[in-house]
Design a protein. Sequence first.
Length: 109
Amino acid sequence: MKELFRERDYTKVGYFQSVLEDAGIPTIVRNKHLTMSGLAEIPIPEFFPALCVINEEDYERAMELIRRRHKENIVGADLEKTCPGCGETNPGNFDVCWSCGINIPGAAQ
Ligand SMILES: [Zn+2]
Protein backbone atom coordinates (compact mmCIF):
# COMPACT_ATOMS: atom_id res chain seq x y z
CA MET A 1 0.00 0.00 0.00
CA LYS A 2 1.31 3.45 -0.94
CA GLU A 3 -0.25 6.81 -0.20
CA LEU A 4 -1.07 9.02 -3.21
CA PHE A 5 -2.29 12.13 -1.44
CA ARG A 6 -4.26 13.28 1.53
CA GLU A 7 -6.81 16.01 1.50
CA ARG A 8 -9.01 17.51 4.15
CA ASP A 9 -11.94 17.60 1.74
CA TYR A 10 -13.25 14.05 1.49
CA THR A 11 -15.14 14.99 -1.71
CA LYS A 12 -11.83 15.10 -3.60
CA VAL A 13 -10.50 11.90 -2.06
CA GLY A 14 -13.71 10.03 -2.88
CA TYR A 15 -13.78 11.49 -6.36
CA PHE A 16 -10.24 10.41 -7.23
CA GLN A 17 -10.85 7.03 -5.67
CA SER A 18 -13.71 6.49 -8.13
CA VAL A 19 -11.50 7.70 -11.01
CA LEU A 20 -8.82 5.15 -10.12
CA GLU A 21 -11.27 2.32 -9.47
CA ASP A 22 -12.81 3.02 -12.88
CA ALA A 23 -9.33 2.61 -14.36
CA GLY A 24 -9.00 -0.77 -12.65
CA ILE A 25 -6.60 0.36 -9.92
CA PRO A 26 -7.51 -1.00 -6.48
CA THR A 27 -7.43 1.73 -3.85
CA ILE A 28 -8.19 2.23 -0.21
CA VAL A 29 -8.97 5.38 1.76
CA ARG A 30 -7.30 5.62 5.13
CA ASN A 31 -8.88 7.65 7.92
CA LYS A 32 -12.28 7.40 6.26
CA HIS A 33 -13.87 6.45 9.59
CA LEU A 34 -12.32 9.56 11.13
CA THR A 35 -13.90 11.67 8.40
CA MET A 36 -17.27 10.12 9.02
CA SER A 37 -17.00 10.71 12.75
CA GLY A 38 -16.10 14.38 12.17
CA LEU A 39 -12.53 14.10 13.44
CA ALA A 40 -11.22 15.36 10.08
CA GLU A 41 -12.59 18.75 11.11
CA ILE A 42 -9.55 18.93 13.34
CA PRO A 43 -6.95 20.61 11.12
CA ILE A 44 -4.23 18.03 11.67
CA PRO A 45 -3.11 16.36 8.43
CA GLU A 46 -2.67 13.00 10.19
CA PHE A 47 -6.44 12.84 10.48
CA PHE A 48 -7.23 13.76 6.89
CA PRO A 49 -8.56 11.04 4.58
CA ALA A 50 -5.69 9.62 2.52
CA LEU A 51 -6.07 7.90 -0.82
CA CYS A 52 -3.71 4.95 -1.28
CA VAL A 53 -3.06 2.37 -3.97
CA ILE A 54 -3.12 -1.17 -2.66
CA ASN A 55 -0.40 -2.31 -5.11
CA GLU A 56 2.68 -0.11 -5.16
CA GLU A 57 3.29 -0.92 -8.83
CA ASP A 58 0.09 1.03 -9.65
CA TYR A 59 1.45 4.17 -8.00
CA GLU A 60 2.93 5.93 -11.06
CA ARG A 61 -0.10 5.20 -13.20
CA ALA A 62 -2.44 6.39 -10.47
CA MET A 63 -0.54 9.65 -10.02
CA GLU A 64 -0.63 10.26 -13.76
CA LEU A 65 -4.40 9.73 -13.81
CA ILE A 66 -4.84 12.10 -10.87
CA ARG A 67 -2.70 14.79 -12.49
CA ARG A 68 -4.54 14.53 -15.78
CA ARG A 69 -7.96 14.55 -14.16
CA HIS A 70 -6.99 17.41 -11.89
CA LYS A 71 -6.19 19.56 -14.95
CA GLU A 72 -9.51 18.70 -16.55
CA ASN A 73 -11.24 19.61 -13.30
CA ILE A 74 -9.67 23.05 -13.26
CA VAL A 75 -10.96 23.61 -16.79
CA GLY A 76 -14.40 22.28 -15.90
CA ALA A 77 -14.64 23.66 -12.38
CA ASP A 78 -17.98 25.27 -13.10
CA LEU A 79 -19.44 21.81 -13.65
CA GLU A 80 -19.63 21.19 -9.92
CA LYS A 81 -23.10 20.50 -8.65
CA THR A 82 -24.61 21.30 -5.31
CA CYS A 83 -26.67 18.47 -3.85
CA PRO A 84 -30.29 19.50 -3.34
CA GLY A 85 -30.54 17.11 -0.39
CA CYS A 86 -27.63 18.03 1.84
CA GLY A 87 -26.00 21.02 0.11
CA GLU A 88 -22.61 19.33 -0.39
CA THR A 89 -20.64 20.07 -3.56
CA ASN A 90 -20.23 17.17 -5.98
CA PRO A 91 -18.06 16.87 -9.10
CA GLY A 92 -20.11 17.51 -12.23
CA ASN A 93 -19.91 13.91 -13.38
CA PHE A 94 -21.46 12.53 -10.18
CA ASP A 95 -25.08 11.58 -10.60
CA VAL A 96 -25.43 10.40 -7.01
CA CYS A 97 -24.38 12.57 -4.07
CA TRP A 98 -21.20 11.27 -2.40
CA SER A 99 -22.46 12.49 0.94
CA CYS A 100 -26.11 11.51 1.27
CA GLY A 101 -26.58 9.21 -1.76
CA ILE A 102 -29.54 10.85 -3.44
CA ASN A 103 -29.71 11.43 -7.19
CA ILE A 104 -28.48 14.82 -8.32
CA PRO A 105 -30.70 16.19 -11.09
CA GLY A 106 -29.01 17.56 -14.19
CA ALA A 107 -25.64 15.92 -13.58
CA ALA A 108 -23.40 16.21 -16.65
CA GLN A 109 -22.63 12.95 -18.42
ZN1 LIG B 1 -26.31 15.08 -0.67
